[in-house]
Structures are given as structure tokens and as C-alpha cells.
Design a protein around this ligand. Sequence first.
Ligand code: MF3
Ligand code: CO
Length: 291
Amino acid sequence: MLEKMGRNLPCWCGSGKKYKNCHAAFDSRVREFREQGYEVPSRKLIKNGEQIQKIRESSRINMAVLDAVTREIGEGMPCSRINEIVNDVTYSMGGIPAPLHYEGYPYSVCTSVNEEVCHGFPDRDTVLRSGDIVNVDVSTILDGFYSDSSRMFLIGEVSEEKQKLVRVCRECVDRGLEQVRPWGFLGDMGQAVHDHALKNGMSVVSTIGGHGCGLEFHEDPYVSYVSRRGTGMLMVPGMIFTIEPMVNLGGPEVTVDAENGWEVRTRDGLPSAQWEIMVLVTEEGHEVLTW
Ligand code: MF3
Ligand code: CO
């Protein structure tokens, strides 16, 4: 009744359009899923066109930062240099590195080497050596809008099995991405990621996942990569989340550094890889915002 009466009023999404010409049909479709017991996104997770444009601009900085790292990273480089590159490029483009001071995190980027799973500190005494694989995880704030993505880098001569880990992890992201479409479920994506890792004899970390992103660094939903098809939150146009599986060569168990409370490592000491992209669900399918 209320919604009917408001059909000529501005839509809740902030587009400025009349509700009946904007999210009215969307709302009834979401309501049907909710009534059938499915998990559906709250309105604050749905971005309007203007917000998406700002998030695209933030993403552009995030990718430029990773491109700069790509050009310079190599053998003999201390991870502290990666932190400098992130600061230089981000600030020069008008952004702010999102990790810095985030829940007390002491650096502007995470650099996770070999058995480090995520949240590795880019400190001076972590020097990249031939044979290392390293994840560089960059997140940017531009005018209050967030972006987040990470890439893997191979340093010097890397073993076949580590190369395969990095490649399979990237393929997991691609398999997951193929499943991102409106009115599907997050579990469609999660299962595609997981299946591909298992098929290759690898495991996926289940205790740390991805997240919604854009208006905040970490928004709902929590995004699992060990979920099952047809389960989890309904994907709808305007939703933005990350695909960032952590794939391990050995078992999926991880431990958190007892001293600093941040750095996550595999329990068996075997290498781990992660790629992260940020994806927007569109009317037609999806758009990758940052990679
Ligand atoms: N960038 C990470 C992610 O993908 C989060 C890092 S939290 C930080 O979600 F504090 F370590 F930056
Ligand atoms: Co993330």
C-alpha cells in the first residue's frame, strides 16, 4: 500500500527518477525471492548510477597503482618499496590508501609472500627473492568511494607448482566471474571457484572471504568461495562485491600472526595465492570495476 502510494515519489536509490520508473519492478522481484526464503540484499547495498561512476573513478586509481607496482616489482626489492609506490601513485591521483589505519592496520598496502595468505606487512626486511610469489593487495578511497583489487607477481625463477597455483587461482576468479549475473546467487559464483581449485588438487581458505565494497571498504555481504550453487545472497543489479579467493597448495587451514594480529599464513607452511577483482552486477550480467 505504502509503496503503491509512493510510485510518483523519487526512488529510494537516489537516482532522482520516479519510483515507478526506477526500482518498483525490481522491488517486487526481490520481494518474491524473499518470500520464498532466499537471502536478499538490503537497499543500502544497491548503488545508483552516480555512485557507480565515483566507484569507477576510485577503481581507475586502484588499477593505476597496481600497474605502477607491475612495472617496478622484482628481485631484491623490499616490500617497503611497494608501500612507497602505493602512497606516491595514490596521493598523486587524489586518492587515499584505504588500508592505512583501517582497524589499526599500519601500512598502505598488503604484500603477502609465499605461505603468507593475506594481510602481509610490506616491511623493509621482507625482500623479494627469486622463486617467490607475492600478492599485492591495493585498496583506494576517492572522495569517500572505495575500490579494492589485488594481483599476484612471480619473482625471478618460480617453481612449476607455484606457477600452477598462481594460474589456477586466477582461473578460479574467472570461473566465478562467469557466474555473476542478476537474479543468480552468490553461491553460484562460490561453487564455481571452489570446484576449480579442488579439481586441481588445491584448497580454498574458508574462514576469510570477500565482501561488498564501494560506499565502505567492507560492506555486506560476506562472500564465501566454498559456498554452494543456489545458496547465499541473491545477486541483483547495482550490487558490488569482490571475488578474491585464497587458494592453497596444501590444506585450507590458516593461522594469524600472534605478535601483530594481522599477517595470515598457511598452517602447513605451503604456498598460497590470491587474486582479487571487484565486480558490479548489471542488468545484462556484470562489469569488472577493478582487477
Ligand atoms: N584489501 C583486503 C581485502 O581484500 C583488506 C585488507 S584489510 C587491511 O579485503 F587492513 F589489511 F588493509
Ligand atoms: Co577485498
